[in-house]
Design a binder for this molecule. Structure first.
Ligand code: OGA
Ligand code: NI
Length: 325
């Protein structure tokens, strides 16, 4: 046995690396890949700092949306949405008459693919809102594209594998849902958003730093409140990536509680597969020991569940579980 006799591979002096004017350190020295891998597998949620997004832009984005929600109702209602596309100013998800509702209003818009981007559906006020949004969403897409590479590598796949499964960069969907949770006189009786898992691919949430509210389902079924770090972004895995990864990555249930004294505002950016590409466990991840757990669907088809029924825990993805599992 060779153990203890020699190093398993050539030794690299860290001092030489440091003195060679590298811009980025080699992957072998990065701990984040492994941390992200664990988080995706165990929690489906993690916070990122040093994400490259400008803190000023993050603050501006929240400020302009806060201003929007404080505009007179007549102005906001000019952007009222309908269940057809959901774009615009809305107050419910699902079309069931008499349904129990969530204590939140929202604004929903498409950023990409370019065929779905329609500036007339974006707010016309506050004045710089559209420009700020454009910058914000552009950076969000970059971040999502980077995360997609990391997520692929952490599954032992080529770095463009998940992106290709989404239908490519140009065709992947990017949309923003701005959540506005007004203060509530009886917070113990209601929720800002009912328990749900995100139906899309990947979500990047810019939370309210002053008011906590997001709770994530723990492995013991408890609800764990997320305390946002300053200028951190919260990333979570959605149902499409859970299916593509054959459940190696988890799309975890979460909900939002509301507050008697303070309103809360959050920006959720959703990064989704192209609507009509087949979504099913990637063949590299399907083996005799880990057979495919889901039957094939498309995101367009999948999204209809939540758009008609509203948030319902994890029952949408469970409907696609293969009979043999
Ligand atoms: C969502 C969501 C959490 C929050 O928009 O899907 O879970 O903190 N939002 O607003
Ligand atoms: Ni969500």
């Amino acid at each position: 046995m060779n153990i203890f006799q020699d190093w398993p591979e050539p030794i690299v002096r860290v001092q030489s690396l440091s003195e060679s004017n590298l811009r980025a350190i080699p992957n072998r020295y990065t701990k984040t890949l492994d941390q992200i891998s664990k988080a995706c597998r165990e929690w489906g949620f993690f916070q990122v700092v040093n994400h490259g997004m400008s803190p000023q832009l993050m603050d501006q984005a929240k400020a302009t949306w806060r201003e929007f929600f404080h505009l007179p109702m007549e102005l906001k209602n000019m952007h009222a949405n309908s269940p057809k596309t959901y774009e615009g100013y809305g107050s419910r998800l699902g079309v069931e008459k008499g349904a129990i509702l969530d204590w939140s209003d929202y604004y929903y818009l498409h950023y990409q693919p370019s065929s779905l981007k329609d500036y007339t559906k974006w707010p016309s006020l506050p004045l710089h809102c559209r420009d700020i949004l454009e910058d914000y969403c552009k950076d969000m897409v970059k971040l999502c594209e980077n995360l997609m590479k990391i997520l692929s590598k952490n599954l032992g796949l080529q770095e463009d594998r998940l992106q290709n499964a989404f239908g490519g960069k140009e065709e992947s969907g990017g949309c923003l849902r701005v959540n506005y949770y007004p203060k509530c006189p009886q917070p113990e009786l209601t929720l800002g958003i009912s328990p749900h898992s995100d139906p899309g691919g990947l979500t990047i949430l810019l939370p309210d730093e002053q008011v906590a509210g997001l709770q994530v389902r723990g492995s013991d079924d408890s609800w764990i409140i997320v305390e946002p770090a300053p200028h951190a972004l919260i990333v979570n895995i959605g149902d499409q990536i859970q299916m593509l990864s054959n459940s190696i990555y988890k799309s975890i249930e979460h909900r939002v509680i509301v507050n008697p004294a303070f309103e809360r505002l959050s920006l959720a950016f959703f990064y989704n597969p192209k609507g009509n590409v087949p979504i099913e466990p990637l063949k590299e991840l399907v083996t005799v020991d880990s057979p495919a757990l889901y039957s094939s669907t498309t995101y367009d088809r999948y999204r209809q569940f939540i758009r008609t029924q509203g948030p319902r825990s994890k029952c949408h993805i469970d409907e696609l579980k293969s009979p043999r599992s």
